[in-house]
Ligand binder design. Sequence first.
Ligand code: ADP
Length: 306
Amino acid sequence: MRLACLGEVMIELATLDANTAQIGVAGDTYNTAVYLRRLIASDDVGVSYVTALGDDPMSDRIVSHMQSHRIDTCCVDRLAGRAPGLYAIETDERGERSFSYWRDAAAARQLFQGQGRVDLAALEAFDLVYFSGISLAILPPQTRLSFLNALEGFRARGGLVAFDSNYRPRLWESREVAQELTEAAWQLADIALPSIDDEMALFGDVSELQAIERLRRYGARAGAVKRGELGPVALGPDSDGAAEQRFDVVRDVVDTTAAGDSFNAGWLAAFATGQETPACLASGHALASQVVQKKGAIVDTSLAAH
Ligand code: ADP
């Protein structure tokens, strides 16, 4: 099986004190790719990241990060004269984090627009394509539509589409556009991995139940609604057996960064290795439970690979 995670990977600056910052590499679908690769031992399953970077040293650093995490870089475009996006995390005396972004000119925004060698036909090399609302939001309107059209063809030829809406209002031109594109993506998704908070914020559902019912109506064949410490709820026709499943709560949460991304990786790793719905949910929750107990998006974890 060949899996592709698609979107934007950024340079992360985590400030340590007034004058020092630690450089990292992160981004929602990229975090998922890293954890997914970590959880799948066999090289018979490929994990690729699909994005565009520049030709600068920071882009080189990102490619090295991918290689050191065994992520295939065949679909990483390198665009002359461009650079990756950047974000900084500052933590105040009370531990509250604030984020600043410099990503408007990121190379990833040029993906699939003819400047590089990676085009939409590249998706055909994969069995499963995973992307998020952030992957969509950063693309220009015409490219979003071409990408969704290409996914329709990909599915018609037997490919699987996995999606997480990851709603970030700042990245979209309006809530209406975000709703329209997210709904189109849900309608394409074979595997739906939403977070309840993002869905309710985007669609204005009056209750969790209403949001879950709406998500079920899109018709994904599998997936999960993430609900923080309440634990996930299965989606898809096989979800009944998972209704009685119980999930442990972590009381000493340190940092919820990448909780959803890592859940998706755990879920997808179990799915890609042929496991049933309850095992997919347990795998997602086990990984995310570890991730929320450490600081940062990509943290050390101690779970056996599938
Ligand atoms: P997101 O980061 O996308 O908003 P959630 O906050 O729903 O996602 O968290 C994603 C997953 O992380 C949850 O489905 C759950 O498995 C796990 N998780 C989050 N908080 C806790 C917690 N306090 N205890 C156990 N698991 C948690």
